[in-house]
Ligand binder design. Sequence first.
Ligand SMILES: NC(=O)c1ccc[n+]([C@@H]2O[C@H](COP(=O)([O-])OP(=O)(O)OC[C@H]3O[C@@H](n4cnc5c(N)ncnc54)[C@H](O)[C@@H]3O)[C@@H](O)[C@H]2O)c1
Length: 278
Amino acid sequence: MIADIKGYEAAAEELSGKGLDGIAIRTDVTDVGSVSGVIRETMARYGRIDILVNNAAISAELRPAPFEQCSPEEWRRIYEVNVIGVFNMCKAVSPHMRAARTGRIINVSSGTALKGTPGMLHYIASKGAIISMTRSLASEFSADQITVNAVSPGFTLTESVEAQPELLTTFADAAITTRLLKRHAVATDVANVIYFLASDDSGFVTGQLIAADGGSVFHSVEGRSGVPILTKESSAGSDILETCFCERSEPRRNTKENASKNILMLAHAANRTSSQSP
Ligand SMILES: NC(=O)c1ccc[n+]([C@@H]2O[C@H](COP(=O)([O-])OP(=O)(O)OC[C@H]3O[C@@H](n4cnc5c(N)ncnc54)[C@H](O)[C@@H]3O)[C@@H](O)[C@H]2O)c1
């Protein structure tokens, strides 16, 4: 079932062109009535809901700008879709998944929420909320064996992004400089992680965030993170996002002093691991 506010007919055609049993239905995730409609339709057709992927967002259409240029109205519009939309969908599937005592919920966050990326404060706040919601929902759903996880893509060449030349110019090549794997990310890089989180193979994984970003962000105390820098540019009299990316921390020099710090950190990590072991 593809639930989207636009493009759902083309998606349905693509599915049937591949001989797949699936339907697309117009859904506005901000509208509780519309959300109930798609859940009703899914239950009527399939009799169960096994997996929910919360991918809908106001995303590719946004232009990077300093936070002073965000309006409260735009902030609310983004929050309504990117955060309350996820809440609406989770709430709507809850009775069905709880009754079945199984289910998989996968939320799409963004690497920007982990990096302190400048220029899209409202969007980044919404994607940060997704990470917190994922953890809290994982706790709330755990008694019914429903897993809740999130994926954080890096800058990815999806159809919507490719339709925005300005976004491509600003981010596409620059994003590669922050990655360990030096290539563009494509939709299947993210879809494959979602597929794993939806599959039986991830049955013992919940409350987690998986970065699908070619190694741009590490989830560790001493993690690295490629961060874009916002600089002032006089062009057209406005602030723009410079396509300049850097490492957050200086490369560690191999001195005696740093070597002992590394050993201490390793010991600390080992202690943490052993104290958390069952
Ligand atoms: N492409 C990237 O670089 C990138 C990076 C990090 C995270 N993401 C996230 O990945 C997901 C997909 O991104 P994308 O690049 O395909 O962008 P996109 O803008 O094409 O995808 C968002 C989808 O949400 C739908 N949508 C918007 N408002 C809706 C509403 N009220 N109800 C229902 N559907 C609605 C849109 O029609 C669109 O199909 C988004 O959650 C985005 O935030 C993308």
